[in-house]
Design a protein around this ligand. Structure first.
Ligand SMILES: Nc1ncnc2c1ncn2[C@@H]1O[C@H](COP(=O)(O)OP(=O)(O)OP(=O)(O)O)[C@@H](O)[C@H]1O
Ligand SMILES: [Mg+2]
Length: 378
């Protein structure tokens, strides 16, 4: 069950926003409205996020990402549409109720986390709990734990200006984690960091998420970051979500030319995995190799395959084995069960046809049975 649902959200800035929503529903676009000085920041956006999921919203500057995020925690009131967290409609709450939900259930981490310069790292990390009125001893204990989770053990008594930018950002993350909020909203949280530190933070978030299983909405304009972190990715353009899917869906089945051009420079061999492109084992069985070996059973196929890889193995690692044999590479799941086969022709086809948009009907039903994870950071 999804924990966070936003349905048909609109945010219009300017005069008579409700009229603008009606115009948009009637087919007007953003440019027409802008002529009257009205900005349609978010248009008909719907998302669903499950517990334990990292939902990435990706798009160019001005596409509406931050506006969408601010509606998710009620910092901005939607012009139309609803936001539900754990079944509770945030758009119907009073100001007071909303503040309570926000302080207990939702945490935000911004791009430049503003730490209080005259408070220690510990006090900064404990700030969210202080706002909630948690007694000092308990908030210090919880903040100390959260700092340890983000790798800042031993820095509790330091001042913010004694920390590097990356470490300060970790304090921001620790503050969000200390409150035990289940919903984390992260707006370009790692964008100001150097590439190596940024990667490190991404790893840490993925690692933390394995145990904490928060519901996370993560905003970025960085495609590689999106691919790396996102269980699901929504691509925004001019206020609208133009595609939602896994990294693999978006790479293999871009919904339109815009998404296709967005992803054209991604190194697909590093992002796509064996699991994402493999054929069913049945497609190999019954064939005979060029050396005359019959591949009648799964065991015979495995014995003849030039390599056996996991579903998570990036395609880049399949080229060498594929070049040595005409038999497909065998693919196994985490339990070591044979789940698929990657023939060399499939490998080449994936590279030869980078991201062509598919007809809407096909794009709507892209799921495959045993999907591999997509790895990141190509
Ligand atoms: N308070 C506001 N009043 C008027 N227009 C606004 C307001 N906030 C945002 N906008 C407009 O809404 C559009 C979307 O802005 P938003 O900040 O959501 O984009 P973004 O995708 O987060 O961009 P960036 O990547 O630069 O942060 C922009 O055209 C912006 O000018
Ligand atoms: Mg923004």
């Amino acid at each position: 069950m999804s924990r966070l649902q936003a349905e048909h959200l609109y945010k219009v800035f300017g005069r008579r926003p409700e009229d603008a929503v009606r115009q948009l529903q009637g087919g007007a676009d953003r440019t027409e409205l802008r002529a009257d000085g009205t900005t349609a920041a978010v248009i008909d956006a719907s998302i669903e996020v499950d517990e334990g999921q990292i939902f990435v919203v990706m798009g160019l500057s001005g596409s509406g990402k931050s506006t969408l995020l601010r509606m998710l925690n009620g910092l901005l009131e939607p012009t139309a549409g609803t936001v539900r967290f754990d079944g509770q409609d945030l758009t119907s709450l009073s100001g007071k109720e909303l503040r309570r939900v926000r302080s207990e259930k939702i945490s935000m981490v911004f791009q430049h986390f503003a730490l209080f310069p005259h408070r220690s790292v510990l006090e900064n990390a404990a700030y969210g709990l202080e706002v909630q009125g948690v007694p000092r001893a308990e908030r210090e204990r919880r903040a100390t734990e959260a700092l340890a989770l983000t790798g800042l053990e031993g820095w509790e008594k330091s001042w913010p200006d004694e920390l590097s930018g990356g470490m300060q950002q970790r304090v921001g993350l620790a503050r969000a984690l200390a409150t035990d909020a289940d919903l984390l909203l992260m707006d370009e949280s790692f964008s100001a960091l150097d590439p190596l530190i940024r990667r490190d933070m991404q790893d840490q978030l993925l690692e933390l998420q394995k145990t904490l299983k928060k519901t996370i909405v993560f905003i970025t304009h960085d495609l590689n970051e999106a691919m790396r972190l996102g269980d699901k990715i929504a691509v925004m353009r001019d206020g609208r979500i133009v595609q939602t899917g896994s990294a693999e869906d978006i790479l293999v089945r871009p919904a339109n030319d815009y998404v296709a051009s967005f992803i054209q420079d991604v190194d697909r061999t590093k992002v796509l995995t064996a699991g994402a492109v493999m054929d069913e084992v049945g497609t190999v069985l019954g064939s005979t190799t060029d050396k005359g070996t019959k591949l009648g059973t799964a065991a015979e196929f495995r014995a003849a395959a030039p390599a056996t890889v996991g579903v998570d193995t990036p395609l880049a690692e399949l080229f060498v084995p594929c070049s040595t044999s005409t038999v497909p590479v065998a693919v196994t799941d985490a339990q070591g069960e044979l789940v698929g086969a990657v023939p060399v022709a499939k490998l080449l086809a994936v590279l030869g046809e980078p991201g062509r948009p598919e007809p809407a009907a096909e794009a709507a039903a892209p799921a495959t049975a045993a999907k591999g994870k997509v790895i990141a950071g190509a």
